[in-house]
Design a protein around this ligand. Structure first.
Ligand code: AP5
Ligand code: MG
Length: 186
């Protein structure tokens, strides 16, 4: 099964993806985590990505498409994969479609988690007190929310038009939300 999970920063993409990947025995690919690893390793991609991430801006599409292109062919993706935080632009959504088509992969569902902005900002400010993430500062947290609505939300229509979109309420206990996701996957 090949899935993607999207939604604004702090909505619980990573939290849910870590549980769902175990339930479905598929790989979890978080582009945010991949980029943070590249930064920690001081790679060329990491050096470019750092500037964008620290400002809460999106890293250029081609970098993300190259990462995904290389990643979804690895053996751990054989049973399927759950993309977390990718795609985030129409360019990435179209690029992903092209890559998957060339590999004969198909997307089964796009899960969109939702929550109100006050809750999201509270979660991230709380997380920022210990996460060490350079983008978890109040100013950048607000910027990331804005960027989601300006640059990413339009891909909801892209997947809705393909009948792949499932909206899931991201408010409540973590296990309640997991159960909502598992229910639509059945
Ligand atoms: P990324 O790492 O993807 O960050 P994000 O989208 O901003 O989202 P977060 O990881 O902060 O939130 P989440 O939805 O995963 O929530 P989480 O489960 O952690 O991207 C970071 C940056 O990398 C981007 O800004 C961009 O620069 C770059 N980037 C990444 N992908 C890119 C792409 N495709 N294109 C271009 N650039 C890209 O939960 C948040 C907090 O809430 C946690 O503390 C958690 O414990 C808590 N929580 C979770 N669920 C609940 C619940 N139900 N109730 C209460 N608290 C909860
Ligand atoms: Mg995340």
């Amino acid at each position: 099964m090949n899935l993607l999970i999207m939604g604004p920063p702090g909505v619980g993409k990573g939290t849910q993806a870590k549980i769902i990947k175990n339930e479905l025995k598929i790989a979890h690919l978080s582009t945010g985590e991949i980029l943070r690893k590249e930064i920690a390793m001081g790679t060329k991609v990491g050096l470019i990505a750092k500037d964008y991430i620290d400002k809460g801006q999106l890293v250029p599409d081609q970098i993300l498409l190259d990462i995904i292109n290389d990643r979804i062919v690895l053996p751990d993706c054989k049973n399927g994969y759950l993309l977390d935080g990718f795609p985030r632009t129409l360019g990435q959504a179209n690029g992903l479609e092209k890559i998957m088509r060339s590999l004969n992969h198909s997307l089964d569902m796009a899960i969109s988690l939702t929550a109100d902005e006050d809750e999201l900002i509270n979660r991230l400010i709380k997380r920022g007190q210990k996460s060490g993430r350079t983008d978890d500062t109040p100013e950048v947290i607000r910027k990331r929310q804005k960027i989601y609505w300006v640059q990413t939300a339009q891909i909801l229509d892209f997947y809705q038009n393909k009948n792949l979109l499932k909206n899931i309420d991201g408010l409540g206990e973590i296990n309640e939300i997991t159960n909502r996701i598992l229910a639509v996957l059945k």
